[in-house]
Ligand binder design. Sequence first.
Ligand code: TTP
Ligand code: MG
Length: 430
Amino acid sequence: MDGQRLPGTSRRERVVAHVDMDCFYAACERRREPALRGEPLVVGMGYEPDESHGAVATASYEAREYGVESAMPISEALDLLPRNVEAAEAPDLDISDAGFYRPVDLDYYESVAGEVKTILQETAETVREVSIDEAYLDVTDVVEWDGAREWAATLKDRIEASVGVVASVGLAPTMSAAKVASDYDKPDGLVVVEPGEVREFFAPLPVEDVHGVGPVTARELATMGIETAGELADADPELLADAFGERGREIRRFARGEDDRDVTPKGDPKSLSRESAFTEATDDGETVRRRVRTLAEAVADRAQRQEARYQTIGIKVVTPPFERNTRARSLPGPVEDPELVESVALDLLEEFAETEIRKVGVRVSNLDFSAGQQASLDGFESAGEESAEPTDSPDTEGQTDLGTFDGSTAADGATRLDTMNGQTTLDEFR
Ligand code: TTP
Ligand code: MG
């Protein structure tokens, strides 16, 4: 990775899954009309006799064999694959080369998607939903590379058995590689790209498969003689910067398998966190405390740059094999106080003094962004500082080799929440 690593932290080792349903709208239609299974099926608008225009939303893989694809004008689809009911009546059409057409029923597809998302939320600690039928999952804490294939197979089985639609799943150490992996062997795909294999996996793929490369960029790259991800990975960064600006360097990094984006849930951050795994689980208190100090500093720094004050400070402690423990303490009001983040985090860690630990995290939550707005109205304290909004774009400031447990869905349910005024309550750690 290009980014610097914080001293005392191990190399980031994330396991990211990308889940994308196969021919999703068609799969939904088949769920409620099983006779459509195995048939060429087109879902779209505007194919009824009195309608002249419309587009294909999706086509089943059987219909794709006739050349029908998403976004194609429906008239073209009908030329390639006549409607089954019409072929039955027309002497010049062969019914075995005809297909079924269904209109789009988004409400129904959203309800099916909701069932899938519920399973994903139960499966992974962090889920980022990116469209009706796809999501990224950070599963670093629930799976090791050794068991990655089996884990994905179980997830696929569970989705198919309980929802009745098929997912393709890709697992990789980065979001962009996981996405390409889920698409690599569709339908019913399951592709695992282990750390160290990412660049090799990307190399033969067309540049369009690289995150951030659209058709226009791909055409321009082609004029420079760059057609595969491997060629992009090896290209002169200066040349790319001349042609595309900073984005040129960025797509080159993606082509090299370097992608430090965190899987974060959509929307405003509810918390900011950093976490880090030990190469081997340790019960050496000083080693753990040192790591927690580093993480506390990184989190406080991040909060400061996002102009976020925080009212709750927490830690996560993962013990072998994957047991997550979270502890948090709430303050009487929001603060911006790096030393307090460190001291509270270390204090909470005391409870785990003799424990063998494989991973630790520090989190601030109950965020308050109003002071930041105030500060920028009042003066120039924040001038020149980059905004660090969590977005889909590469998080350059986050290029420490530290993971995150932002917005986790608290797989372990409840967390003990100490409050400064002595009250102890149970609360979800979000
Ligand atoms: P995709 O995941 O792109 O496509 P898909 O699920 O149909 O097929 P696969 O993933 O197996 O390649 O999109 C998800 C749904 O979004 C798709 O079922 C229909 C809808 N969609 C459109 O309405 N218009 C489009 O142009 C595309 C690409 C998708
Ligand atoms: Mg899909």
